[in-house]
Design a protein around this ligand. Structure first.
Ligand code: ADP
Ligand code: ZN
Ligand code: MG
Length: 474
């Protein structure tokens, strides 16, 4: 048996308005080569200036990962030639990145694993090459957009753990509002480094895997690679240190290139950018961006509201959803009812309509209103589900809906007594039978009254009033 070591390098596209060293829009999906200027196109003599929003977000992520924050973050040029890199170098960080020595305490479903974070550094992204038949097209809109790289130590041991780490991390950056976390579109990218060795022998010869655009592929690629490397060691063959690509169609990794050393990049300090030294006002801005992170929120929601494991995982998956839940509870809804409605009926309707909770007609006020109507007995469960349907279709408040449709449950004893008397008059035979001590027709009479009220009468109340009336007139 072998021991596997997995370390991740994660790239995060920051959600800033403009690029990291110039004023161009940092937007995706725009007409190609419209968000460009002499700075991000690398014209001679132009000067980069550091985007404050980008550096705040970089420190924020480093802070959320419990890193030591740099008092002097230095930018370096990483030199290499590539068609999508118009300057022929990338501004990145090597010697003094934004953050170092952080950690994540990863919940592995029962046990915990501390994953040390080696560093967090800020850099600029390259453009995009689009291969179309026998030509290649270049879109430089992405060139110079801010990219944050997070490097873990190689302490993960299996593909599943890497997948969990990525899911955790994705949630975290979404909570912080610094990245949309879309792996398919490349806003969040992950390269996985993996080696295997005999237990106790330390790290093995490292392979880097690229080209995985979902956390599931990261898991699968690592499983494949751990098995492949173990097979090589079994046969006494060496594992080549190289970069491999995940082929999602064939479910395997393929050799791409032997890995460059850092020296090949001839890093040197970026002469046009002074080291960034955060002052008190800056650090205050970073603190302001810090929100309660998913794991802490999970624990609090369990302790405060008694949510079950599945319920809470669904609620905390998105910050906006957890906020929605807590607001609904603050407005008077029962926590367990709110969680269970969000996780079932609401979720089903959102899926059906293809909308996000935040954009749907449902608001915390409306959900709380509905749940209060239900809890107070003014409507029953079946009607509540119908109210939710109408709410989604018409965007109205629950009160309005039940008023317009006269869906409120009939719980007025006087009104029910009147209905009962009418039913007795109309069904003399059944009534006589009950008076004679035969309970069988009770259900029939209750049914008649329910029919007459289109199901709105409270059935238990109808039953007891009916028995009472028939007993009295005996
Ligand atoms: P490189 O110099 O090739 O960039 P680094 O030492 O900078 O390698 O590490 C890059 C990533 O690879 C990190 O996530 C680290 O945890 C991981 N890593 C380094 N060595 C190994 C190894 N032998 N096995 C598995 N992962 C490793
Ligand atoms: Zn620009
Ligand atoms: Mg490295």
């Amino acid at each position: 048996m072998y021991q596997a070591f997995v370390g991740l390098e994660i790239h995060v596209q920051l959600l800033t308005k403009s690029k990291v060293f110039c004023g161009c829009r940092a937007a995706f999906g725009d007409e190609p080569n419209t968000n460009v200027c002499p700075v991000c196109m690398g014209y001679p003599g132009v000067l980069p200036t550091l985007n404050r929003q980008a550096i705040v977000q970089a420190y924020l992520v480093a802070r959320a990962l419990d890193c030591e924050l740099s008092e002097s973050a230095v930018f370096e040029r990483k030199n290499y030639f590539y068609p999508d890199l118009p300057k022929n170098y990338q501004i990145s960080q090597l010697g003094s990145p934004v953050g170092r020595n952080g950690r994540v305490d990863l919940d592995l479903g029962g046990s915990r694993r501390r994953v040390p974070i080696r560093e967090v550094h800020l850099e600029e992204d390259a453009g995009k090459m689009i291969h179309a038949g026998d030509v290649s097209l270049l879109d430089y809109n992405r060139a110079g957009t801010p990219l944050l790289e997070i490097v873990t130590e190689p302490v993960l041991e299996r593909g599943e753990e890497a997948e969990l780490f990525l899911q955790y991390f994705r949630r975290m950056v979404r909570y912080l509002g610094v990245c949309d976390g879309n792996m398919e579109e490349g806003s969040l990218r992950c390269d996985a480094n993996v080696s295997v060795n005999r237990p106790g022998k330390g790290l093995g010869s490292k392979v880097e895997i690229k080209n995985m655009n979902s956390s599931r592929f990261v898991k699968k690629a690592l499983a494949f690679e751990i098995a492949r490397q173990s097979g090589l060691l079994d046969r006494g063959a060496p594992v080549a240190q190289e970069t491999r690509l995940w082929n999602e169609n064939r479910d395997l990794t393929e050799a791409m290139r032997s890995k460059e050393e850092a020296d090949d990049y001839r890093y040197f300090p970026e002469p046009d950018l002074p080291p960034f030294k955060p002052d008190a006002a800056f650090l205050l801005d970073v603190e302001k961006g810090l929100v309660e992170l998913p794991s802490a929120r999970r624990e609090r929601l369990v302790a405060e509201y008694g949510l079950g494991p599945d319920q809470v995982d669904f609620i905390i998956d998105e910050k906006s959803r957890a906020d929605f839940f807590e607001r609904t509870v603050a407005l008077g809804a029962d926590p367990l009812a709110a969680a269970s409605w969000l996780g079932s009926d609401v979720k089903r309707l959102l899926n059906r309509e293809g909308v996000e909770l935040a954009e749907s007609p449902l608001t915390p006020e409306r959900l709380a209103g509905l749940l209060v109507l239900l809890a107070s007995g003014r409507i029953h469960g079946k009607i509540a589900k119908q109210v939710l349907e109408v709410l989604f279709a018409e965007g109205k408040d629950p009160e309005t809906i039940i008023r317009e449709r006269a869906w409120e449950q009939l719980i007025d004893a006087g009104a029910i007594a009147k209905l009962v008397d009418e039913a007795i008059d109309a069904n003399e035979k059944a009534a006589a039978q009950i008076r004679a001590g035969d309970e069988k027709p009770v259900g029939f009479l209750v049914g008649e009254i329910m029919k007459a009220t289109s199901g709105r009468a409270e059935p238990q109340l109808v039953r007891s009033v009916l028995k009472e009336r028939l007993a009295k007139s005996r």
